[in-house]
Design a protein around this ligand. Structure first.
Ligand SMILES: [Zn+2]
Length: 556
């Protein structure tokens, strides 16, 4: 053993190492390494996209050559690039493209926003949005499409009302959807009409469903554009690796096209949707592993139950605010087990959505049977895990199943979660600390676009369990707070582990890929309330600057 160590030291000291100069040096900063945990003052060097040195400034200076690019950090903080262990990148792109009509105070304002959005995409592309509310407008009348159709003649438009129970479409959309004077109202729905009986463009309830099937699925061009927009959005917020939970063949095709064109600027780990034909094909083919770790397909997303807000999460005891309701299982344990077994034998992991404690039992039973004992190397994951029985928290840890949890779900749900669950059950809800105390592993994420993609909001929620206004004082169920170091680990190395990427990214160590963030301020030492505003100056993926807030380090 001593001999091997000696060899390594000798190898590190020979001149040939230094002769290969660094491509990039991040000079004189504070590096939060994650593994081993702590902060290293000094400099970091990158060659061919990987970290080759972390140590003193002088040591890094020795690797400086005429071609070396040097970024002077002036003591700024550096962390590994952040990883969202449960997210929907394509969905985020779709959501970002949706026109936000919330707060529009007049119909004219709605038209203005829709026209601006239409101007950003080619004619003929569907423009969709949400959030209008005629109760905010003078007169409070439902709109009539004419002014909208005049302002946006060449793009079909579909704008959902704030409550989702009505939609406004323009003339181009009515043409495509076959909405004309003669159209019949479906049961439970209405096409609103003017005095002459012509449709006004407002579709109420089932009238929306009656024509929604004619809305085109997104094209490859749409999907690729959405992925580009979403990737950029993530990089600006410090995410260098994201996930897409529950994709089909069309999304995979769009990712592959971007990857081949060199237009996937971050890492994406795709989890396949639970579709029989899709899974048959992939289980035959085997996982897709990228030597450059940009795009991989080696997971399957399954569902055990629904969500807590709509009382669809399956509980062992009835809902505290709905005593006849115990929620809903959406798959049988046998199905989950069968898919998990096939996944395990073909090199895939499973990620099972389970929000209620009964959902958790079914999901853990299925994974335990499929694994036949503790098999952390399979990286099986329980998604959300919002309520678990204490014995299931222990079981999860014992089996090496990863708890994939979203800190901002807790702070979004805290106003009503107690109504659903009642005092006693709340004790074991959103219980990050209990998972860690049991010896479990936490992979953190946001579930964007359900929550905002910004991981700083997740870090803040994890350490405070407060909303952005600092409520409640002291934090909600404060015993479950994470330390900043634990939260960082959950958004880096343990998230990487949950994606089989821990050898590539997730910490600042020699040999790892240089996915790094330079922060303007050290959020490890800022007051907690300032964590969400900690500015990201630079985002690097594989040692390349992919986002530069200051504009000073423009990619060469
Ligand atoms: Zn999700």
């Amino acid at each position: 053993m001593g001999f091997v160590c000696g060899m390594v030291l000798v190898a590190a000291a020979v001149p040939s190492y230094a002769e290969d100069k660094a491509d990039l040096i991040l000079r004189h900063g504070g590096f939060y390494t994650v593994q081993p945990a702590g902060r290293v003052e000094g400099s970091l060097a990158v060659r061919e996209g990987r970290i080759v040195y972390l140590g003193t400034d002088a040591g890094a200076d020795a690797l400086r050559g005429p071609e070396t690019r040097v970024v002077e950090l002036g003591g700024r903080m550096v962390t590994p690039g952040l990883i969202d262990a449960h997210s929907h990148l394509a969905g985020l792109g779709g959501a970002l493209e949706q026109v936000d009509l919330s707060g529009a105070a007049t119909f004219e304002e709605l038209v203005r926003r829709v026209r601006a959005a239409a101007g950003r995409v080619p004619a003929g592309t569907w423009v969709q949005g949400r959030g209008w509310d005629q109760n905010l407008w003078p007169g409070k009348q439902f709109p009539v499409h004419d002014a909208l159709s005049a302002a946006v003649p060449d793009h079909p438009v579909w704008m959902t009302r704030v409550d989702g129970h009505a939609a406004l479409v323009n003339a181009r959309a009515m043409q495509i959807l076959g909405i004309a004077a003669g159209i019949q109202d479906p049961p439970g729905g209405r096409f609103l009409r003017d005095a002459q009986g012509r449709p006004t463009g407002v579709l109420v309830d089932n009238a929306m469903d009656a024509v929604a099937s004619k809305l085109p699925p997104p094209s490859q061009e749409d999907l690729q554009r959405r992925l580009r927009i979403a990737a950029r959005h993530c990089l600006e917020r410090g995410l260098t690796t994201v996930t897409d939970m529950g994709v089909g063949a069309a999304e995979h095709q769009a990712y592959t096209a971007l990857r081949r064109a060199g237009e996937l600027p971050l890492r994406a780990a795709l989890f396949l949707a639970d579709d029989a034909a899709l899974l048959d094909e992939w289980f035959r083919r085997g996982p897709e592993i990228d030597p450059k770790a940009r795009l991989q397909v080696r997971g399957v997303k399954l569902y055990a139950d629904g969500a807590l807000g709509s009382r669809g999460a399956a509980l062992v005891e009835p809902y505290s605010d709905d005593p006849a309701n115990m929620g809903l299982l959406v798959a049988t344990g046998a199905h989950l087990q069968e898919v998990a077994q096939r996944a395990a034998t073909t090199g895939f992991q499973v990620a099972i959505h389970a929000i209620g404690d009964r959902g958790g039992i079914v999901a853990l039973d299925a994974m335990e049977k499929a694994m036949g004992g503790a098999k952390p190397e399979l990286r099986f994951r329980l998604e959300h895990a919002q309520v678990l029985r204490v014995q299931d928290i222990e079981r999860l840890a014992r089996l090496g199943i990863i708890a994939s949890m979203q800190p901002t779900h807790a702070t979004s749900d805290m106003p009503w979660a107690g109504d659903r669950l009642g005092e006693g059950r709340l004790e074991r809800a959103y219980a990050w600390r209990k998972v860690l105390s049991a010896g479990g592993r936490l992979a953190l994420g946001s579930d964007f676009p359900v929550e905002q993609a910004d991981p700083r909001l997740g870090l803040y929620a994890a350490v405070t369990r407060q909303d952005l206004q600092g409520r409640p004082a002291g934090g909600w169920l404060p015993g479950e707070k994470l330390t900043r170091e634990e939260a960082l680990r959950g958004f880096t190395l343990d998230a990487a582990w949950s994606l089989f990427l821990e050898k590539e990214v997730g910490s600042i160590e020699v040999g790892k890929r240089a996915d790094l963030l330079v922060f303007a301020r050290d959020w490890m030492t800022l007051p907690e309330s300032e964590i969400p505003q900690a500015e990201i100056d630079l985002t690097l993926v594989d040692g390349q600057v992919v986002y530069d807030r200051t504009g000073k380090e423009k990619p060469r």
